[in-house]
Design a protein around this ligand. Structure first.
Ligand code: AGP
Length: 608
């Protein structure tokens, strides 16, 4: 996700801004920029690429005098990485300059209104809309202008704002994206996260939703959205820088697991409008959706596992044939595609060589290609006919968690959209499913808070040699992901099996003490799963079961049970994966493995 910094004080701002942005690099970015007020004007420097480029352009900030400034590292969401899309953004007179972390969900509507009022835009970003909206409402009172735009913007934002007519003030405001402020020697600083300020202070104020800050060289004032002054408590940060980059978590993986509720929300909320699923980026009419006669899902690793899950969802809801294939196999098997095939390629990085090759093969055969991608402007995003972004933010840990969860959400939305447009889903069913979808973030949060129980269980299996994951239907798909999470970070051998397949060979491996994780969330398959669990437990296996709340009968066949809250039968993967992620994580931690950078693995496999 993006990073913002801001400074006002007695020192030169630019070097402080660049240093702060450097401390936010871990958040992932593709471009950066700073703006500094000096003698009646606001000068700016911004560029695509690493901060190194910005440092070179500004000679480490020396070429930009002035003691008031804002800076930004951009993780692209709207508009590809480029100089013009880099922040800061500004109004025509450059009298209002803004940096932004978050997503303005109604930016297109606001942009159209502003264009009607004569505003013109240079970039593709949602942030530029904020600059012109502030211009529209600014009448000499910055605080008033800020509160006005807050009433009109939907979505998430942490903003740093300079008003050229008020050079002794720096404004900041927050809704859903993090923002902190603190005092420095002879000044004040704002930032998206603690690492950017630790060099200057450990005493910070965490800005809450819809709070506004007005910073001056030697003071800071806090206001509500109604311009009511408020008092805030200062907090002492005890973290070291390394811990701070992980938000206080021990590993990026744990931090990103805990970011799953937000990744899920950010991925579905812009696509649900007045009880309808709106996927503008799909760019397919109802007729075109009805004309598709096969969906081919192609990906690697965890992305492939989301494809396996979505096969059941698409076929169950939309009654459309779905094939799922490993990208590394796809182009060598002479796939049968035509213009009525929709190929969906799924990729967090958007750079996986096999998946990119599958995309190119599909286009060669005239199929329509939709990319489900997390990195904006990546190769797959650019080459797909259409791209549906997952808004999980940058994922640092090699083992994917929040991007995986966001991919599931994108696929649920797509399957529900197809079912509805193909007349396979009544409106009341759609509304029920949308309610279940909106409940997922808080249910995921509740399961994440249940981590100590999982940690205790995991610590009993640090010396395990073989672990088996079994499930049926979508529970087979989640078994694939649970198994991969465990083996890729703990180096324990693990396999996933369709539960009904176990007795066709693999059950010979089950012996006294073998751990078998059984996932059973599909009510009509409970009985079958129970008999599979008995099959392995009578041969000595220790059975961990993941099942729906209320299915207490499972305790007769399992040694340890983790319950997940009730949700739509097609969404259970989004919940069952949480205890399995935590299980793999705590086993890896207990075994002293390098959780964020497992041996032999890369975050993006850009070679075939
Ligand atoms: C999963 O935890 C791994 N990081 C790996 O399997 C990954 O999902 C796979 O390499 C695909 O990567 P992509 O989503 O960036 O294409």
């Amino acid at each position: 996700m993006c990073g913002i910094v801001g400074y006002i004080g007695s020192q030169q701002a630019a070097p402080i801004l660049l240093d702060g942005l450097e401390k936010l690099e871990y958040r992932g970015y593709d471009s950066a920029g700073i703006a500094v007020y000096d003698s009646g004007e606001v000068s700016m420097a911004k560029s695509k690429g690493r901060l190194k480029v910005l440092n070179e352009i500004t000679h480490g900030g020396e070429t930009m005098p002035g003691t008031l400034g804002i800076g930004h590292t951009r993780w692209a969401t709207h508009g590809s990485p480029s100089d013009i899309n880099a922040h800061p953004h500004f109004n025509k007179e450059k009298s209002i300059v803004v940096v932004h972390n978050g997503i303005i969900e109604n930016y297109l509507k606001l942009k159209k209104k502003l264009e009607k009022k004569g505003y013109s835009f240079m970039s593709e970003t949602d942030t530029e809309v904020i600059a012109h909206l502030l211009d529209h409402y600014y009448d000499g009172n910055p605080l008033r202008a800020v509160t006005k735009i807050m009433h009109r913007m939907e979505g998430s934002y942490a903003l740093g704002i300079i008003f050229r007519d008020h050079p002794d003030e720096l404004y900041a405001v927050r809704k859903d994206s993090p923002l902190i402020v603190g005092h420095t020697d002879g000044g004040s600083i704002i930032a998206s996260d603690v690492p950017a300020v630790l060099k200057y202070t450990r005493d910070v104020y965490f800005i809450e939703n819809e709070e506004i800050v007005r910073l001056k060289k030697d003071s800071m004032e806090f206001f509500t959205v109604d311009e009511e002054p408020i008092e805030k408590e200062c907090v002492r940060i005890e973290w070291d820088v390394n811990a701070a980059e992980k938000g206080g978590y021990e590993h990026f993986m744990l931090k990103e697991m805990n970011e799953q509720p937000k990744a899920i929300t950010d991925t579905f909320s812009p696509r649900i409008k007045e009880g309808k699923i709106v996927i503008e980026e799909l760019n397919m009419s109802a007729e075109e959706i009805q004309d598709i006669d096969k969906i081919m899902i192609v990906a690697c690793g965890s992305a492939y596992h989301t494809g396996v899950t979505s096969k059941y969802v698409f076929e169950g809801l939309a009654r459309i044939p779905v094939e799922v294939d490993l990208a590394s196999e796809f182009r060598y098997r002479k796939p049968i595609l035509n213009e009525r095939t929709l190929v969906v390629v799924i990729s967090q990085s958007g750079e996986t060589a096999d998946t990119l090759a599958a995309l190119r093969e599909s286009k060669k055969q005239g199929a329509r290609v939709l990319g489900i991608v997390n990195v904006v402007g990546s190769s797959i995003a650019r080459e797909a006919d259409n791209v549906m972004y997952t808004w999980a933010g940058p994922e640092i840990a090699v083992a994917t968690t929040k991007a995986y969860s966001a991919q599931l959400i994108a696929l649920y939305l797509l399957a529900m959209k197809f079912a509805y447009e193909r007349g396979q889903m009544k409106d009341e069913v759609l509304q029920e499913m949308l309610e279940d979808l909106k409940a997922l973030p808080s249910q995921v949060e509740m399961l994440l808070n249940n981590k100590s129980k999982i940690q205790r269980f995991a610590n009993r299996y640090l010396a395990a040699r073989d672990v088996f994951f079994i499930g049926r239907g979508v529970d087979y798909a989640i078994s694939l992901e649970g198994s991969l999470k465990l083996k890729e970070i703990s180096y324990i051998h693990s396999e996933a099996y369709a539960a009904g397949e176990l007795k066709h060979g693999t059950i010979s491996l089950i012996e006294e003490g073998t751990l078998v994780a059984a996932v059973l969330t599909q009510k009509e398959l409970y009985k079958k799963m129970l008999s599979n669990m008995v099959e392995v437990s009578t041969r000595g296996a220790f059975v961990l079961a993941v099942t729906n709340e209320g299915n207490t009968e499972v305790e007769r066949a399992a040694d340890y049970v983790v319950y997940i809250p009730e949700t739509n039968r097609y969404f259970t993967n989004s919940l069952a994966i949480i205890p399995l992620q935590l299980f793999g994580y705590y086993i890896a931690v207990g075994r002293g493995c390098d959780v964020d950078k497992p041996r032999n693995l890369a975050k993006s496999v850009t070679v075939e």
